[in-house]
Write a new protein. Structure first.
Length: 217
C-alpha cells in the first residue's frame, strides 16, 4: 500500500521539525514536503499532490484559511488538518467553511495527531476533543428550545454576544464564561467590550443592571 503523503505548512521551523518527528514514527506516512507561507503551501500542494496537509492558521502573507480554500478549490481530494494553538469558534467555523476536515490543537499529543492524519487520509473528519466539544455545544444550543434570550431584548447584539451577556447577568466571571463556552479568556474580554459599547455602558455592573432589568437572569 502506498504511504500517506503529508505536506507540513507552518512558518515556525521548530514546529515543522516537531511535526516531521511525529510523522517519521508512522511507517505508513511519508513527508512530501514543507511550506513556511500560505503561498508556498498552495504551490507545493499543486506540485506535490499530497494526501494530507497539516496547515497552520497564522503565517506570513496569506493565512492558512485562505490557503486551504484555494488549495481545495483546485484539488478537492486533499485532506487538510488545521494544527493551531487557537480554538475559538470563529476560527473553527472559518476553517470548516474553507473545507478543512480536521482541527488539531498544537498541545495535542503524538497519538492524537497520528489518528487525525490516518483518519483524514481515509476521508474521515478528525477534531481535537476540545474542538469537538465546542462543535457539539454550538449545535446543542442551536437546536435547544429558546427561552427569553439577550438577543430578543437587545437586537443589536449578535447571538454569541447575547449568550455572553446572559452569563454576565448571572454574575459569572470572564474565566468562568470562557470555560463554559470553550473560549479563551481574551476572546471573552473582547466580546464583553463589544457588548458594553453596544449597550452604551461603562462598567460590568451597569451591564448586569441593564440585563437584569430586561429580564435576563
Amino acid at each position: 500500500m502506498d504511504p500517506i503523503r503529508v505536506l507540513i505548512a507552518d512558518d515556525h521551523a521548530l514546529m515543522r521539525d516537531g511535526l516531521r518527528r511525529i510523522l517519521s514514527m508512522m511507517p505508513d506516512v511519508e513527508v512530501a514536503g514543507e511550506a513556511a507561507t500560505g503561498e508556498e503551501a498552495i504551490e507545493k500542494a499543486v506540485s506535490m499532490l499530497p494526501d494530507v496537509i497539516l496547515m497552520d492558521i497564522q503565517m506570513p502573507g496569506m493565512n492558512g484559511i485562505e490557503a486551504t480554500r484555494r488549495i481545495l478549490r483546485a484539488i478537492p481530494r486533499i485532506g487538510v488538518i488545521i494544527v493551531s494553538v487557537f480554538a475559538d469558534d470563529d476560527l473553527v467555523f472559518a476553517m470548516m467553511r474553507a473545507g478543512a476536515r480536521g482541527y488539531v490543537l498544537k498541545e495535542a499529543d503524538d497519538e492524537e495527531l497520528m489518528r487525525a492524519v490516518r483518519g483524514v487520509a481515509r476521508g474521515e473528519a478528525s477534531f481535537s476533543p476540545a474542538v469537538a466539544a465546542r462543535l457539539i455545544d454550538f449545535f446543542r444550543h442551536l437546536n435547544a428550545p429558546r427561552s427569553l434570550a439577550a438577543a430578543d431584548v437587545f437586537p443589536e447584539l449578535t447571538a454569541r454576544e447575547g449568550e455572553i451577556l446572559s452569563l454576565i447577568a448571572q454574575g459569572r466571571t470572564n474565566q468562568a464564561i470562557a470555560e463554559t463556552l470553550f473560549l479563551s479568556e481574551k476572546t471573552v474580554r473582547n466580546y464583553a467590550s463589544n457588548i458594553f459599547d453596544k449597550l452604551q455602558v461603562a462598567t460590568r455592573a451597569e451591564a448586569i443592571i441593564r440585563a437584569r432589568d430586561a429580564g435576563l437572569r
